[in-house]
Design a protein around this ligand. Sequence first.
Ligand code: TXA
Ligand code: MG
Length: 329
Amino acid sequence: MRIPLFQARDLLLDSQVVAIPTETVWGLSANMNSVDAVTKIYRLKNRPPKNPLIIHLADGGDIFEYLLGSPPKGLKDLTEQFWPGPLTLVVPVLEEKIPSIVRAGLGTAAFRVPALASTRELIRYVGPLVAPSANLSGKPSATCVSDVERDFGVSFPCFFPEGYNDENTELGVESTILIWKISPDGVGRWHVGRLGALSLSLIESVLQMPLVNTLQVDTDQPLCPGQMFRHYAPEALLTLGYTLEDLKKNYDAVIGFSDRCYPDASQIYYLGRSDSVYEVIRNIYRVLRKLDEDGIQRAWIDCCISDEEQRRESLWSVFFDRIKKAASK
Ligand code: TXA
Ligand code: MG
């Protein structure tokens, strides 16, 4: 159910959960200080209690009131350059200022400032909002209001700003997560916790120091607890296709690029042009959800992207990250 700003504000102030649009994906929001409302989020999503939530702030400067100790190196530059925007920062916090359930008991918390002005206006009225992506745990994230309604029911309250264009969220994929960690030698560094809409090379150019990226290392203790759990998966069985030859086998559908040709017999879902990684990333979740709506059982996804292309556009790593997770059962 689409509701205007004042109604969303009243529900949130009354410890209810309200879906909110952001420039990345839709979120399921609650007043950070209402333990009742935050508990409802975990229940609604069927989210493991060990998976902490992102705190959404109205203004970047607000993060400084929660910090434990002196600000991590580069924090000010990151917040000034990339907020509002698709970057989440995990830092050590003053635990008494943030309910434990939000942090899943950790001594750190995740923060971001969403880019959509009307969502920031809502936050200004209510105070910081926690918001995981508005999908059932394990399912693809939601990029339009009807995705949220499909997962949580048509009467679920969704903040719908006046004049909002709901075709698809602007970026279509979650924020990039960085985590500040001090190593045993006492040196602090930013680690990559999740690949997302903001490219790592852009972040490094502002930070002027390399990020530590151990995402490829196989571990059962990832930096973001959320990476442990099954993610982004449609019902359909996905096969990653690294040569067009593979396509000879029998699939119900092909997920591919609009500037390429596939066998006529296949049902084709287009992600966008292969030379526009932004368009492709923006459409991933929309296409994965469409497979389920259409009852597709087995789909082949075109992963033929040259190494050179991947080096030139580092955001292809986000495409492969989400697709691999969607394909793992
Ligand atoms: O773009 C986004 O970030 C969206 C929109 C709604 O803002 N939100 C989102 O939330 O993707 P969620 O809950 O789906 O993913 C949050 C991730 C999880 O992997 C969680 O483990 C990690 O952030 N996280 C949160 N707090 C953390 C902490 N203190 N330490 C490490 N990871 C943390
Ligand atoms: Mg999520």
